[in-house]
Design a protein around this ligand. Structure first.
Ligand code: ZN
Length: 205
């Protein structure tokens, strides 16, 4: 692409760094912004800057938050004896959208995946065990995607619970194997949480 302006070229180059955005799309987006009032670009830049610098992760559950303890953990209307274990914040959003779950979450930040060099120590597993030991958690719901990595992670955590008094369950697999939680429709996902099954049962299948 030949640019008559280095400034334009730099803007296009930066936008095209985003996943799924090629040079042509980047150019289209930049030209769109050029046609908008200047303050619109300022607002966009500021929103991105704030997101990168001011966004925090909840000290309790590792969900994204504007403050140290997220809204869900801080709420008096949530059942603090139940913790739903999820892979990332998109899963929290998906489950919250169902309005069927009133417990808390624990965001692992990924799944155990030796192929990708991700081991248990790279995930928020230690803090999960600490919560179970200290916070009166009575039930843990595994809601990781039904993949080999998801199953491996569930099993690893299950083994770490040895000696702790906590029930474990897994969301009912109304969701087809291979589907990610965030793509499951709200009704199906909501139902699969309500009809969760004891984790030990899922091991026998
Ligand atoms: Zn939280």
């Amino acid at each position: 692409m030949n640019f008559s302006s280095k400034i334009l070229e730099e803007a296009v180059n930066q936008v095209s760094q985003l996943p799924g955005i090629g040079k042509r799309t980047a150019l289209r987006l930049v030209l769109h912004l050029m046609r908008q009032p200047a303050n619109q670009t300022d607002v966009l830049s500021q929103a991105l800057t704030n997101m990168r610098h001011d966004l925090k992760f909840c000290k309790n559950c590792h969900n994204v938050s504007d403050v140290d303890i997220c809204e869900i953990c801080a709420s008096h209307n949530r059942d603090k004896t139940i913790v739903c274990v999820v892979e990332d914040i998109r899963d929290v959003m998906a489950i919250e959208n169902t309005s069927q779950y009133r417990g808390l979450y624990h965001v692992l930040g990924g799944k155990i995946s030796p192929m990708d060099g991700i081991g248990p120590q790279d995930l928020n597993i230690k803090s999960l065990i600490q919560r179970i030991q200290n916070d009166g958690v009575q039930e843990l719901i595994f809601a990781l995607s039904p993949t080999i990595e998801g199953d491996t992670t569930n099993f690893y955590i299950f083994k770490q619970l040895n000696g702790l008094e906590v029930n474990t369950s897994t969301i009912a697999r109304g969701i087809a194997v291979g589907d990610e939680l965030e793509f499951a429709d709200e009704v199906t996902l909501g139902r699969s949480i309500l009809h969760r099954v004891p984790y030990e049962n899922s091991l026998k299948n």
